[in-house]
Design a binder for this molecule. Structure first.
Ligand SMILES: Cc1ncc(COP(=O)(O)O)c(C=O)c1O
Length: 480
């Protein structure tokens, strides 16, 4: 924090002028040529854990896609005239429309003079007034409490209670976060300890969303893979969970089971793990330490740029909870507009309120459109020999398995590329379609996949699937 625009370094000096001159004199010592110094920070001296971090969703394929877009703009001739980005779950970037009520309230919060404008419905104005009243100086430009705005945490806790059929949720257990990512990394940070065989091991599903592997690499924790069962619609297999746990005990201390639910990229139905714990009885519900996360980024909202999110922690040791509160306070607070949005997602217009009908109509239309595109993606992909796609459900991604000819695998290896990266790169160069290779999410040895979002508008998605089908057939022919 540097009030008045002064740099912290300058503020520390009682008399800024003299020390600065002395420092300059010292640096120039005797001649006008700047001294030759090696860099303090090089790839050899930087944090080694950071170098281990990989994040395929914005990896080499996406970097090449950005380059190709530039080339197209410069007039370079390609067999296509646009890049279709189906690599990232960014709904609005692909044309999904925001919910009017959410944006009305956010507009009112950002520019309160609009509260006098009769174009805005009364319920949107009431929500905005409530949020603004809870903000410092009645402005969403003010910092909030580090755990998040009280009334928003109350909305979140009521939402969770409703979701779980009445099981109590204490607002004190709610922490508002910067998207779900921030909460996930914070909790993993608390859990990471030890060295060698005592290092914290974290069990993650494979395929996984690469935030988890990236965070574990950065923190120096041990990634423990448990494989989802592709043959049974990517379901979780208890025997496989047991196998991976026992294998991990040989080289680390497994302390965390991470469940992505619904899976990314694999989908399937949502289950509230808190509710399940309560159904299992007090032996579990009053002892199992559970942290769960949600955000404004996906689903019918798709508001990932606002970075709204929350986490609920239950059965956490009070002293650890105090440490958690301290840790989040170092970063001051999550973005306040994101918090406001989280309040609206967890407390949307209710029956009888002026905005209710439009809210439901927009929400339903978006969800129906996603369901239709999910079905279409699955159906078209399954018509391609050599591509097999499980039902696309509960996620905005498909993760089909692709059969690659032996010669393609050999050629890829000769180029030092993993085979599905080779495939996706070729697809991008020849069709402009940008996908993420399955290897970025993890997959069983010897199997290959890609992840594709179902987010492009229906007509574009249809064109993309047709081009993908043609490409796969040509690729298979070329390498057979
Ligand atoms: C499983 C999973 N975890 C975390 C995130 C992070 O989302 P955000 O930080 O935008 O809430 C995502 C986003 O796609 C995800 O799929």
């Amino acid at each position: 924090e540097a009030p008045h625009g002064l740099t912290p370094a300058l503020r520390c000096c009682p008399s800024p002028r003299k020390p600065r001159r002395r420092l300059q004199a010292l640096l120039m010592a005797g001649n006008d040529v700047p001294p030759r110094r090696g860099k303090v920070l090089t790839v050899d001296t930087m944090n080694a854990n950071v170098k281990k971090v990989e994040y395929a969703v914005r990896g080499p394929i996406v970097q090449r896609a950005v380059q190709i877009e530039k080339e197209l703009k410069e007039g370079v001739k390609k067999p296509f005239n646009e890049v279709i980005k189906a690599n990232i779950g960014d709904a609005h970037a692909m044309g999904q429309q925001p919910i009017t009520f959410f944006r009305q309230v956010l507009a009112l919060c950002s520019y309160p003079e609009l509260l006098d404008d009769n174009k805005f419905p009364e319920d949107a104005k009431n929500r905005a007034r409530r949020i603004l009243k809870a903000c410092g100086g009645s402005s969403i430009g003010a910092y909030s409490a580090s755990q998040g705005i009280d009334c928003v945490r109350q909305d979140v806790s009521r939402y969770i209670e409703h979701r779980d059929g009445g099981i109590a949720c204490d607002p004190d257990n709610i922490y508002l976060t910067t998207g779900a990512s921030d909460g996930i990394v914070t909790i993993l940070k608390l859990l990471t300890t030890g060295e060698g065989r005592t290092r914290t091991g974290v069990m993650i599903s494979i395929p996984q969303y690469p935030l988890y592997s990236a965070a574990l690499a950065e923190l120096g924790a041990v990634q423990i893979n448990y494989y989802l069962n592709e043959e049974k619609c990517w379901s979780l297999d208890i025997d496989e969970l047991q196998r991976s746990l026992e294998a991990a005990r040989e080289h680390c201390r497994p302390r965390v089971l991470c469940i992505i639910n619904p899976g990314n990229p694999t989908g399937c139905a949502f289950h509230s793990f808190k509710k399940v714990l309560f159904e299992m009885g007090p032996k579990f519900s009053s002892t199992v330490e559970l942290a769960s996360f949600h955000s404004t980024s996906k689903c019918y909202m798709g508001e990932c740029g606002f970075r709204g999110g929350y986490m609920e922690v239950i059965n956490m040791d009070p002293e650890v909870k105090a440490q958690l509160t301290k840790l989040v306070s170092v970063r001051l607070c999550p973005p306040v507009p994101g918090q406001a949005l989280m309040a609206l997602v967890t407390n949307p217009p209710q029956p009888g309120e002026p905005s209710y009908a439009q809210f439901i109509a927009e929400k339903t239309a978006t969800l129906n459109n996603l369901a239709q595109k999910a079905k279409m993606t699955e159906e078209i992909l399954n018509t391609v020999p050599g591509i097999r796609c499980n039902p696309v459900q509960g996620a905005m991604y498909s993760f089909p398995r692709i059969t690659l000819p032996e010669r393609a695998i050999k050629d890829a290896k000769a180029k030092g590329q993993v085979p599905d990266m080779f495939y996706c790169m070729k697809l991008l160069e020849e069709t402009g379609i940008c996908l993420v290779p399955g290897s970025g999410f993890g997959q069983k040895e010897g199997t290959f996949h890609f992840r594709m979002t179902i987010l492009p508008p229906t007509d574009k998605l249809q064109t993309m699937l047709r081009k993908l089908k043609e490409f796969h057939q040509q690729f298979t022919q070329q390498y057979s």
